[in-house]
Design a protein around this ligand. Structure first.
Ligand code: SF4
Length: 294
């Protein structure tokens, strides 16, 4: 896969993209003996993916939602209306994870790099995180290097414990493989994953289908309009992304309003999250330390 190929496919019409989802999922399903499920989050992307699969391929494909306890109540209420839905849960809570590993700030990739630079005993890894490996890859961005000295940790681990592990457990128990509604345009990490394995991954560690990889936000809204698909009311309240309410990944980006939204619409939840601590530092203090407007 190449960047040019992604750009080309992103330029396809909505109909071509729907056909593409159908062929990607059908190929994946055939390879895993029809043992598939749709991972849904209550957000618009996985809602569209589930609709395409049930409308054009097989209406009996089960949906699975992981309730981490940190999603917007509107999203949980909305996703609960899905037919043939299984709800799974992590066996740890967010406070325990933050306390042990650190806050989910900046991005999945950068928080992992910063955490490694802070705690690794390997000179080689530290050098890569500070100055980059081959072709300068794997480096902490200059803007965030000061976080290596921060009196708290940042980490990507909460996704592992709150989402990845419950889904892995579900797979072990049922033998079903996931279809996941992420798009390559959402982050560098997702783009790199798509470059590596395309829309279906059969790597032993992560057998999964990503049929929306070549879609964009505009395609999602166009599909919703075309089929008059219901979506969570949270989007009409001014929220651009669903997922965990307090997640700090991407919150430094200009005009991001998630914490303002939380403060004005759900003040109790806002204050609850702002008091979570890592190494005695509250989330509020960590955001201040990072210079993030909240
Ligand atoms: S989305 Fe953010 S807050 Fe939620 S589990 Fe993943 S890293 Fe943690």
């Amino acid at each position: 896969m190449t960047y040019e190929e992604l750009k080309y496919r992103q330029g396809w019409t909505l109909e071509q993209k729907i056909d593409h989802v159908v062929s990607v999922v059908s190929a994946f399903s055939a390879k895993v003996n029809d043992k598939i499920y749709c991972s849904v989050s209550g957000g618009k992307d996985s809602g569209v993916m589930l609709d395409i699969i049930r409308r054009f391929i097989d209406k009996t494909v089960p949906a699975v939602f992981c309730n981490t306890g940190n999603e917007y109540p509107e999203v949980v209420k909305f996703v609960r209306q899905t037919d043939n839905l299984t709800i799974i849960h992590p066996n740890v809570n967010i406070r325990q994870i933050i306390d042990k590993y650190g806050f989910p700030l900046i991005s999945k990739e950068q928080s992992r790099y910063i955490n490694q630079a802070k705690h690794t005993k390997s000179e080689k890894l530290l050098h890569i995180r500070l100055y980059g490996g081959e072709k300068g890859i794997g480096k902490i961005s200059e803007r965030w290097k000061f976080l290596i000295q921060a009196p708290f940790d940042v980490s990507e681990k909460c996704c592992d414990y709150l989402k990845k592990k419950p889904f892995e457990k579900f797979h072990k128990e049922t033998g079903l493989y996931p279809i996941i509604g992420t798009m390559a345009c959402e982050s560098r990490l997702r783009f790199q994953k798509w470059l590596k394995h395309g829309c279906n991954s059969f790597e032993s560690r992560m057998i999964a289908s990503y049929p929306l990889s070549i879609w964009t936000d505009n395609d999602i809204w166009a599909y919703i309009q075309k089929f008059n698909l219901p979506y969570s009311p949270i989007y009409d309240m001014g929220i651009r992304r669903t997922g965990c309410m307090f997640c700090g990944f991407g919150c430094h980006i200009q005009n991001d309003n998630r914490f303002y939204f939380l403060k004005s619409h759900k003040p109790k939840i806002y204050y609850h999250f702002m008091q979570m601590t890592n190494n005695g530092v509250t989330y509020k203090e960590a955001l201040q330390y990072c210079g993030i407007d909240f």
